[in-house]
Design a protein around this ligand. Structure first.
Ligand SMILES: Cc1cc2nc3c(=O)[nH]c(=O)nc-3n(C[C@H](O)[C@H](O)[C@H](O)COP(=O)(O)O)c2cc1C
Length: 205
């Protein structure tokens, strides 16, 4: 895997695990190598919301996740203390990182540069190297602390993308709402997709 062409995807413990799994699937199908990080709370939410219990061993968890993308693509699942991995250093880290979903805890840690685990460190590296960081935040309502953390990061060029799908594409099922958000993330990453019709395209009437 060429680390710099890869995308770092971090799944934290906010609600919205279906977004994360769909995003992973789309990235792998598009042939983008993925470094995957999952927080402990992220694993709990994946099980709660997607009914998917991930094995603790990274190798076994990787196999389960790869199956969702038809077994295609390059996926490396990293432990939260895998300090020797490429994402931990500006000399070799991927150019893009997405935290999806992003908990308010992860948002806060990233905003203050905590770097206490590999998700926080990878985000810190992306920030210091002035690369692309996208946070798919999820909480409601938002406190002033949440808003200030978002503003701090937005001012540094971070894309704050609240998990709040639109309804103007007339979704019929939950998957349509999930795809709406995932499509926006893929657009920002420059990954070709046809998950949702674009606004202003040809009308079918
Ligand atoms: C089912 C479930 C849903 C949760 N939803 C949210 C949420 O939407 N937003 C949020 O900030 N935290 C949410 N939490 C709480 C976080 O998981 C918790 O703050 C955790 O410490 C975040 O840790 P992490 O950022 O390391 O994943 C949820 C927890 C569970 C179990």
């Amino acid at each position: 895997m060429k680390p710099r062409d890869a995308v770092t995807l971090a799944i934290s413990g906010a609600s919205g695990a279906p977004y994360a799994l769909r995003l992973l699937e789309c990235l792998l199908r598009a042939g983008r190598p993925v470094y995957l990080l999952i927080s402990d709370a992220g694993r709990i939410v994946i099980e709660q919301e997607c009914g998917l219990r991930l094995p603790t061993a990274p190798g076994a968890a990787r196999e389960v996740l790869l199956e969702r993308g038809d077994g295609a693509g390059e996926l490396r699942l990293l432990g939260l203390d895998d300090w020797f991995s490429a994402v931990a250093s500006g000399s070799n880290a991927p150019r893009s990182m997405v935290v999806c979903p992003c908990s308010m805890g992860a948002l806060s840690a990233i905003a203050r540069g905590a770097s206490d685990n590999l998700i926080e460190r990878a985000a810190d590296v992306v920030l210091k190297e002035r690369r692309q960081l996208i946070l798919v935040t999820r909480e409601s309502p938002l406190s002033s602390i949440h808003l200030e953390n978002m503003l701090t990061l937005s001012r540094m060029g971070v894309v704050i993308m609240p998990a709040s799908p639109g309804f103007y594409h007339c979704p019929e099922k939950v998957d349509d709402l999930v795809d709406f958000m995932v499509a926006r993330v893929l657009d920002h990453l420059g990954v070709e997709m046809d998950l949702v019709e674009r606004w202003g395209g040809e009308r079918k009437d």
